[in-house]
Design a protein around this ligand. Structure first.
Ligand code: TXA
Ligand code: MG
Length: 319
């Protein structure tokens, strides 16, 4: 039986306090929340998502007052970034306090923390009165959810309540930035762009797989956000090799519509912000359309295009 969906913030907060699992919307994607201080509740999150325990969870708080209980210290660059982008789609990785269970951080000495922007989400966090650990509310490795219905489809049987906060405005996950060394390190491109981060913090390094990236960024697996339908990024592969019924995931209005059985246009006017908001829902619709292949056009490598290309590359990976 699928769990209830509703907009009862007080009920959702009470369930979280009782150690139950509640999915809720944020400005980025829907999260699957549990009391971050309750290791048994957190264990149920890993189980519900079928997520490997080497991949740590982000802790969500309603305001800066809660930060001192969770992290050891805020280096100057972290303070600058928090001042500029919180509440918002930015996760800061900082030295953790002992109260955060090892399961949340996969045994790391650091914890990822963020203050989400949506008003309803912050009301939930504030009423819950405890920090909330929440990964994206999808089965591990699959397409991220941007509506309550997406969550119900994949996880409805495994959780206690879905707080319907409406469709997510940003549409892709937060940027994850590690602040444990002198120069901030971007572990995952996301809703706060690299350009925005650099405008506040100066230089920001970007993690790569060749410089020990998988140790610093354990969740950045080459295959992720995966549709069941094989996906190819258009300029990576000659379209002549793509046969059968083809769906097109197009950044802007496509030049040629003839070859495609179904087309999803992310932003007619080629706007990256609009494209990001539509991205995961459009990918899901194509995945549900019974096609043989999905072809996706790449995004320009600026602004949110960096995060969108990252999601596309991992969604296209077969291994
Ligand atoms: O926008 C978001 O960040 C959403 C919403 C629900 O807040 N959450 C989300 O969570 O995307 P998840 O679990 O799908 O992705 C969290 C990412 C993973 O790549 C994880 O490895 C990384 O953040 N992460 C979390 N804590 C970390 C830590 N201590 N060190 C390094 N990476 C960390
Ligand atoms: Mg995720």
């Amino acid at each position: 039986m699928s769990c209830p969906i509703g907009n009862d913030v007080s009920l959702a907060a009470r369930l979280l306090r009782e150690g139950r699992l509640v999915a809720f919307g944020t400005e980025t994607v829907y999260g699957l929340g549990a009391n971050a201080l309750d290791a048994a509740a957190v264990a149920r999150v890993f189980e519900a998502k079928r997520r490997p325990t080497f991949d740590p969870l982000i802790v969500h708080i309603s305001n800066r007052d809660a930060l001192g209980d969770i992290v050891e210290r805020m280096p100057p660059a972290a303070l600058q970034l928090a001042d500029a982008f919180w509440p918002g789609p930015l996760t800061l990785v900082l030295p953790k306090r002992e109260v955060i269970p090892d399961l949340v951080t996969s045994g790391r000495p650091t914890v990822g923390v963020r203050i989400p922007a949506s008003e309803m989400t912050r009301r939930l966090l504030s009423e819950a009165g405890v920090p909330i650990a929440a990964p994206s509310a999808n089965t591990f490795g699959r397409i991220s959810p941007t509506t309550a219905a997406h969550v119900a489809e994949q996880l409805g049987d495994a959780i206690d309540y879905i707080l319907d906060c409406g469709p997510c405005g940003v549409g892709i996950e937060s940027a994850v930035v590690d602040l444990t060394e002198d120069v901030p390190l971007l572990l995952r491109p996301g809703g706060t762009t690299l350009e925005d981060l650099e405008s506040v913090a100066g230089r920001v390094n970007v993690v790569t797989s060749s410089d020990g990236g998988s140790q610093r960024a354990p969740g950045m697996l080459s295959r992720h956000y995966s549709p069941r339908t094989p996906l190819v990024v258009a300029d990576q592969q000659d379209l002549d090799n793509v046969t059968g019924q083809i769906g097109l995931l197009s950044f802007h209005d496509p030049v040629n519509r003839d070859r495609f059985a179904r087309i999803e246009v992310l932003s007619k006017r080629g706007d990256l912000v609009e494209a990001a908001a539509n991205f995961f829902a459009a990918l899901r619709r194509l995945d549900d359309a019974g096609l043989d292949h999905i072809v996706a056009t790449p995004f320009p490598m600026t602004g949110l295009g960096r995060a969108l290309n990252d999601r596309l590359r991992r969604a296209a990976a077969r291994e």
